[in-house]
Design a protein around this ligand. Structure first.
Ligand SMILES: [Zn+2]
Length: 216
């Protein structure tokens, strides 16, 4: 169903069938990026679980073939399309190789995006968020070495927790199916987004404190 709209795409130069490809299999002319999703740009099945090696292989092959240097002496249309197709390829690669970015894109594809402006604390993180913010307040009002060490330990624990959540995504993707999965994905991605923000706050606070320290 998804692929059918590309089936009759033809190469603008030689007329060969190009489907969703970025390059003509006949004359190797770069093609306009397909309108479909980022998976189709790389010729990958539309699935949350992506084969990392396959992704790399396809990206590097297409990237070499589309490189503007290779089309420098071709007609203007080929030069221009090689740039457009390369840009589409790079965007697809950057989004799909990163499990978090891929998950967020998946939510967008399903009309259920994760909103940046959602500041509600995910319930599973509420206790840690509260504790962290309290410590940061204390640290800002009196940056004793003991407090600094405590905040550094909190920082390391948050880093480990974030790594754990990100690793769990791969497991979720491997078994991904059904409608309930979108809600589960959204919940986990919002926890990751929230933890990243919190970690940024902690790093900023530690930076401010050591900044003050350095000036003395
Ligand atoms: Zn062609």
């Amino acid at each position: 169903m998804e692929g059918s709209k590309h089936q009759d795409r033809q190469c603008w130069r030689c007329g060969a069938a190009v489907a969703a490809g970025l390059l003509c299999p006949g004359c190797e002319a770069p093609q306009p990026p397909p309108d479909g999703d980022l998976f189709s740009v790389l010729g990958l099945p539309r699935r949350l679980a992506v084969d990392g090696e396959e992704l790399e292989r396809r990206y590097h092959a297409a990237s070499r073939a589309l490189h503007p240097d290779r089309h420098q002496t071709a007609e203007a249309r080929a030069r221009q399309l090689s740039e457009r197709a390369s840009a589409a390829l790079n965007r697809a690669y950057r989004t799909l190789r990163d499990p978090v970015a891929r998950g967020r894109y998946w939510l967008e594809l399903h009309g259920n995006p994760l909103h940046r402006e959602n500041k509600e604390v995910p319930p599973a993180l509420a206790a840690d968020v509260f504790e962290t913010q309290e410590k940061l307040e204390e640290l800002r009002s009196s940056a004793t070495p003991v407090l600094r060490d405590e905040v550094r330990r909190l920082h390391d624990a948050l880093v480990a927790r974030l790594a754990g959540l990100e690793a769990d995504l791969s497991r979720l993707y491997a078994g991904a199916n059904g409608d309930g999965m979108l809600q589960e994905l959204k919940r986990r991605l919002s926890e990751i987004a929230y933890l990243r923000t919190l970690l940024g706050d902690v790093e900023e606070a530690l930076g401010e404190v050591s900044g003050t320290h350095n000036r003395h």
